[in-house]
Design a protein around this ligand. Sequence first.
Ligand code: NDP
Ligand code: AKG
Length: 450
Amino acid sequence: MAFIKDTIEKLKQTSPAQSEFYQAVEDVLESIEPIIEERPKYQKQGIIERLVEPERQIMFRVPWVDDEGNVQVNKGYRVEFNSALGPYKGGLRFHPSVNAGIIKFLGFEQIFKNALTGLPIGGGKGGANFDPKGKSDAEIMRFCQSFMTELHRHIGPNTDVPAGDIGVGTREIGYMFGQYKRLVNRFDGVLTGKSHLWGGSYVRKQATGYGAVYFAQCLLEDSNETIEGKRCLVSGSGNVAIYAIEKLYELGAKPVTCSDSSGTIYHEQGIDLDLLKRIKEENHGRLHEYLETHENAQYTSREDYPDDGHCVWRYKGDIAFPCATQNELTDKDAQALLENGCRYIVEGANMPSTQGAVDLFIESGVGYGPGKAANAGGVATSQLEMAQNASMLRWSFDEVDCKLQSIMRNIYRDSKRTAEEFNHPSNLVLGANIAGFRKVADAMLEQGVV
Ligand SMILES: NC(=O)C1=CN([C@@H]2O[C@H](COP(=O)(O)OP(=O)(O)OC[C@H]3O[C@@H](n4cnc5c(N)ncnc54)[C@H](OP(=O)(O)O)[C@@H]3O)[C@@H](O)[C@H]2O)C=CC1
Ligand SMILES: O=C(O)CCC(=O)C(=O)O
């Protein structure tokens, strides 16, 4: 469609050097063509042009002092992308690769993901090019305090509610919340992913990983299969990967891989989850330490793996769960997975597959759950945390888990039904994109040109 092509070209000129952002936009715009043709009002009212432009972008300096007394400076970001459905909602990423384009891609994805949950939340994302690796606890605290010293002016429980993402977990949320409270003198639900000792929701920590596995359950059920007994390939070893592995074990599957940015573990007996939690969650360590306990596991370091892409995807497995980062699963990896008989790919990470890999999955007819649908359990449970904070109530673990399961089932059904409605019954990329887009676009129409 010429109009879509023109919009993307214009975006490349007005927002130069933001390749991940263009990739995310192309993915959505190309799959919503059928509904744009069906409802010319979207085009007439400038919905697409407005959607690809964030409502507000905040960039700021984050100065902090390291343990040697040196002043360090990082770049901080918050992109408030779209508030048609509710307050801006989305995580904060602390990683050296963070830049405006990466935050915009994540914020753009978040709009449609949040819409798919069916809950009243808009889309936003933020972060900093800060590298938490190798930093002391005191350095992390000073950085988080400085970051919040600027961010607090822009957020609020009914305005914009950040949470965690790569490099931001319960510890960082705690330091940021402490600083927020000190600055505004209020205890409110301005952040999610809080410790459940002081306002956090049960299941938020587990929610993205568990949610991805619940989504996989729905996908397999449609082919009269179950998770039980399946060999699973998982990448990453952070929050999402750990709790995907935990739920896979609970459902009788066997996860045999995990990874970090330095290398990959393959363990034929199944990943030792307690050990993984100890290394990564408790000690913030490196994955090669796994071998100190399990000499019979295989470790392939990033340097010893000559190919582009990710070593995890070269093993044999029934279901693949990319749970590390964007574009970690390349065209070649996708080819290798298909040749090795992998039948399902369910994305725990945001945009982990390259566009070529996604095309291959769709053409081949394997079951493919795109990230914006499959990993929406995290943000959905964040909204459940907001609801508990607003009502000053606290729900039990089982209550929240039950709601999470039902939300994931609804996301799957909505994506599947929409794919069928537009005559591509097994294309959940198209189904999820149109289902999410329709909710946001209709709300924007009703709210006028703003
Ligand atoms: N946390 C959440 O609730 C949600 C997260 N997501 C997405 O899930 C993914 C993982 O997030 P999360 O688990 O929270 O983050 P964590 O920081 O807890 O873990 C990230 C994991 O990915 C690895 N990783 C990061 N960057 C790279 C890279 N460039 N190459 C290889 N491995 C890498 C990290 O390795 P290392 O330790 O070496 O850095 C680590 O194992 C991200 O795409 C995130 O956006 C999506 C929805 C919600
Ligand atoms: O919990 C949240 O608000 C956001 C989670 C997140 O960053 C994501 O869904 O990518």
